[in-house]
Every structure is written in structure tokens, then in C-alpha cells.
Design a protein around this ligand. Structure first.
Ligand code: ZN
Length: 341
């Protein structure tokens, strides 16, 4: 009898929880939009504060954003909503936006095509390789979209950054039309500059993408950064500093901190250079910054290529793949500024 009462009691509890759920549904108040249009008046009804959904050609879109970007709270956002359409039932998108969600798009990766405009389009629309966007070099104001941002493009290949691997899964890829490099008589790589028009396009596009997806500065990278033993792009001609200075995109070091570290680094540098302890500390610093590098304690080929990739990005005046006091100082300054919390 007592057991029966217990079961009744338990089922009452379950039922009352379910009832509460129903009550909650009826009284649910969605979060207030972070940025309210100036025309919104305070007498706005709660109903009006729910994320609005419109349909166009069978596709639903949110027209308001109720997320708090300061908290990386991507509860709901502008853009298309991909959801099921189960036969005979209604999927409601605006009642219960969950807190625990974020964007799949967490990286922005830049490339060059090593091909002219027409061949870039041909190659990037064939099986096997693609990118979300292609920035041409024809001088017009168009940027080509080849892949939906919600879908995966094949641009990164085997890749790693910090704890992440297979960066295709979590990135937006931008290809820039550029021939890459040729080798001069001494075997040194000679890279071709990007046009100003291309850089303006890349900057505007990158700004839009990192803002919408709240992509952190540490995740705006070149292909060479995430695959340093295989890739060089977008190479030393890509103006990362200009993007940082003029558009607040990506990472750059503080000059004062770099100078301080350089003074320390260059003392007795030649002696340190051949010491395996120093090589370990360089490899550890590169790994801490984000590069997928093994701590071998030797200036092996993979380490040299990783240093070269770092120089393409942060010390493009000299990209010989040899660690010097300035390169090491820049690496240390970046590790202070962009340390993993
Ligand atoms: Zn690439």
C-alpha cells in the first residue's frame, strides 16, 4: 500500500513537472533584443519581442537577433533557419531558444589560388576542392560565393590549430586569386603582391564574417598556419598588419613588448641557438600559440616550415624558416597578448 502511494506520489510529481512545463510555455518571455531599432517604443508587447520569422520561397529567416554577442550567446540570429518539416506537425522556432548553442563557424581561413581568375573558378567548382568565397582579381565589385556558409567547403585539408583538427569542419574559407610564388636563381621564393582592390574585398568580407559568427582574433588564420608543413598561402605578401590596424581583424603583436623580448632574446643568441633546451622552448612557444608542432628538440624540417609559416604571417620581411631573435620576440609578445585563458 505504501509502495502504491509512493508510486502515486511520484507520478503526481512527474505530472506536476509536466504541467509546469506547460505553464512555462504559456508565460515564456524571450530575451530582449540586444540592439533594438531606434523606432521601437517601450510599449512594445512581449509578443513583438520574440524573434520574428519570415518565409520566402519556402525558406524561413530570423529577422531579429535576440543573442548577446558580448557573451557569445548565439541564441538566435539573422539568417536562414534550417529545420525539419515533419508531415502533419508544426515545428515552432521561436518559443524556446536554448542558451547552450554556438556557431559551427569558428575559424576564418585565407588562401591564395595559385591560378588566374578563370582557372580558379573552374578548379573550385570541380569535385574535391572548394571554398565558401572566391575573391577575384578582375577589379569589379563582386565576390563569388561558391558554398553556403552553413555547409562545409573543402579548403583546409589535414589541419590543426590549438586543440582543433580538421579545420574544414569549423571554418569559412576564402580563396584569393593570386599566382603564389616562383623561385629565383638562388632558390628563394618570390611572392606576388595582392591588388589593393582584392585586399579591400577580403577585409570587408572578413569583417562581415567574423562579426556575424563572433570568430575570435586567434582563429583568423592563413592556410599555412593550420598546415605549415604543406602550405605557404596566403604567403608573406598578404597584409595581415593592415587588416589588424585598419579593420581590427586577426592578430598582431604590441611593438613595445616585442622590443623588450628582443633585447633579452638577442643576448648570446648564437650560443642559445644550438642548445636543445632553447629549441624545446621555441617549439613549446609555437605550440602554445597554436601551431600543430612536435617537441623534438631539433631544428627539424617540420619545425623550420612552422617557423616559416609564422614568419609569413608575422615577420614577412624575412621568411627563411630560421628562428632569430626578432622572430622569437614576436612569438613571445603574441603569446602574452593572445594566451589561452
Ligand atoms: Zn590554401
Amino acid at each position: 500500500m505504501r509502495k502504491t502511494l509512493y508510486i502515486i506520489g511520484l507520478s503526481t510529481l512527474v505530472f506536476s513537472c509536466a504541467s509546469q512545463k506547460n505553464v512555462k510555455k504559456n508565460t515564456y518571455q524571450p530575451k530582449t533584443p540586444v540592439v533594438q531599432p531606434k523606432t521601437v517604443v517601450k510599449t512594445q508587447t512581449q509578443e513583438a519581442q520574440k524573434p520574428k520569422v519570415v518565409s520566402d520561397h519556402g525558406v524561413d529567416f530570423f529577422t531579429t537577433n535576440i543573442a548577446d554577442p558580448a557573451k557569445n550567446d548565439n541564441t538566435a540570429s539573422y539568417g536562414s533557419i534550417v529545420s525539419a518539416k515533419p508531415a502533419g506537425f508544426k515545428v515552432v522556432k521561436t518559443y524556446f531558444p536554448a542558451m547552450a548553442q554556438n556557431f559551427r563557424q569558428r575559424y576564418l581561413i585565407l588562401h591564395y589560388t595559385v591560378l588566374p581568375d578563370d582557372k580558379s573558378i573552374t578548379v573550385l567548382t570541380q569535385p574535391g576542392v572548394s571554398a565558401h568565397y572566391l575573391v577575384n582579381n578582375t577589379g569589379d565589385n563582386e565576390i563569388y560565393q561558391l558554398v553556403d556558409e552553413n555547409k562545409r567547403a573543402y579548403h583546409a585539408g589535414v589541419s590543426a590549430w590549438r586543440a582543433d583538427k580538421n579545420i574544414n569542419d569549423t571554418s569559412i574559407g576564402i580563396e584569393i586569386v593570386n599566382p603564389g610564388f616562383t623561385n629565383d636563381a638562388t632558390g628563394k621564393r618570390v611572392f606576388v603582391p595582392f591588388s589593393d582592390a582584392q585586399i579591400r574585398k577580403v577585409a570587408a568580407l572578413a569583417k562581415d564574417i567574423v562579426t556575424r559568427y563572433q570568430i575570435p582574433a586567434t582563429n583568423v588564420l592563413g592556410h599555412a598556419d593550420i598546415a605549415p608543413t604543406r602550405k605557404q598561402d596566403p604567403g608573406p605578401m598578404f597584409p595581415w598588419k593592415k587588416l589588424y590596424d585598419e579593420y581590427q581583424i586577426g592578430m598582431w603583436y604590441d611593438e613595445g613588448l616585442k622590443s623588450d623580448y628582443q633585447e633579452i632574446a638577442q643576448a648570446d643568441f648564437a650560443t642559445k641557438y644550438i642548445d636543445s633546451t632553447f629549441i624545446f622552448s621555441v617549439q613549446t612557444a609555437l605550440q602554445k600559440f597554436g601551431y600543430g608542432i612536435e617537441l623534438s628538440g631539433k631544428w627539424d624540417d617540420a619545425t623550420k616550415k612552422t617557423i616559416e609559416a609564422f614568419q609569413y604571417h608575422f615577420r614577412p620581411q624575412n621568411f627563411d624558416g630560421i628562428m632569430d631573435a626578432e622572430t622569437f620576440a614576436i612569438l613571445q609578445a603574441l603569446n602574452v597578448k593572445y594566451s589561452i585563458k
